[in-house]
Design a protein around this ligand. Structure first.
Ligand SMILES: [Zn+2]
Length: 249
């Protein structure tokens, strides 16, 4: 796709990208796997180049396991795509989601990030929006990078409207029973060893649910099997994934 953007005239980008997308769908076609994000039937997933033992990608849209579970959840278990309008705050927007959500006419969509390109710059520990501003907040693979995560959760709670909901995803290794954090650890190599990535400040356990509830949310922790049946969990390549759904009562 980068080649198209670099060498083709800008006016031809949409048609070239669409053609490439359709070619990939044909090229990887099969009946073993289904990607709910790009709605492609494919032969097999591709191992992630950096973590091939634990993450599998869609060869058409390049989404990861967690994206597929998050998207399936939004489609199956939430009112995200119902007919009535909603305001959506998407923190650290995943390109796989942003492109699709911006096309949904019923969504008043806002993406936000502290460092990377987004519609607005935002530190979720200090959100410059009044309380009750959003119906939905998506905040995936963000909190494990935030030193004062309870402050961020309080802010997310504050700007949600009553009845609104928050989707949170974080890395959740199955062997971790409780959140591990140590603010004194700042060395990237040590953070990688302890928390799984050089920029993570903690690794969450299932008790993230209680942490969300401590700021007022009514939270649920859902595994892939709580959202999809066994057959679809395998077919959509989301085995072992979990997410948190937190509602502002
Ligand atoms: Zn896909």
């Amino acid at each position: 796709m980068g080649v198209i953007r670099k060498y083709m005239p800008a006016g031809l980008h949409p048609v070239c990208l669409k053609t490439l997308y359709m070619l990939k769908k044909l090229c990887y076609f099969g009946l073993s796997c289904y990607c709910p994000v790009c709605r492609s039937w494919i032969r097999a997933w591709k191992p992630h180049p950096l973590v091939p033992e634990s993450v599998i990608c869609c060869p058409v849209c390049h989404c990861l396991d967690r994206h597929r579970l998050g998207w399936a959840f939004l489609c199956i278990r939430t009112d995200m795509f119902d007919a009535w309008p909603k305001s959506v705050l998407h923190v650290a927007p995943e390109p796989e989601f942003e492109t699709r959500l911006r096309r949904v006419q019923t969504l008043d969509y806002l993406s936000a990030d502290l460092e990377r390109p987004a519609m607005v710059a935002m530190d979720i520990r200090d959100i410059k929006y009044p309380e009750n501003s959003f119906d939905v907040i998506l905040c995936c693979h963000v909190l494990e990078h935030v030193p004062e995560d309870r402050k961020a959760m309080s802010e997310l709670y504050r700007v949600l409207r009553p009845g609104g909901w928050l989707l949170v995803q974080v890395p959740q290794p199955p062997a971790i029973s409780h959140t591990i954090e140590d603010a004194s650890v700042t060395d990237p190599d040590e953070r990688y060893r302890l928390f799984g990535w050089p920029t993570h400040v903690r690794i969450y356990g299932p008790d993230l649910k209680e942490r969300l509830e401590s700021v007022g949310f009514k939270a649920s922790r859902l595994s892939a099997k709580d959202i999809l049946d066994d057959k679809e969990t395998i077919r959509q390549g989301v085995k072992g994934q979990v997410l948190f759904h937190a509602v502002k009562a």
